[in-house]
Design a protein. Sequence first.
Length: 144
Amino acid sequence: MTVSPRPASVRATLLAHIHARAFPPTHRWDAQAMQALLDMPGVSVVMAEGDTPAFIMVRTVFDEAEILTFAVDPAWQRRGIGRDLLARCMRQAGQAGARTLFLEVARDNAPAMALYRTSGFVQAGVRRNYYPDGMDACVMQREI
């Protein structure tokens, strides 16, 4: 796991900036939302190597972990960065005691769905109208 040595407020701002580049306006989280999540027990961030603008925020509680958000700047997508982050996230969650990793993904996000499926995730359910724009989310899970 790579953890930024920056002060928490700067880190939350950086995460919000990356998130804003990676998601449509209705799905973006601002720095205040990022900070609220960072302050929660069990939440950690896996950052991409170097200055690559990408991260996964994950929460681990007992034997389960949940990807809260996963963002790769569009200019950096399709280079294996997301696959690497996901593998690192799974290792970190497993080392923290998680046996199952969950996530929600927008039903219309075909590239993310393909990444998750090729990484061993299976669909476990659907959350209707999960996103602010009314899009459904597929709940996916993987044993780790």
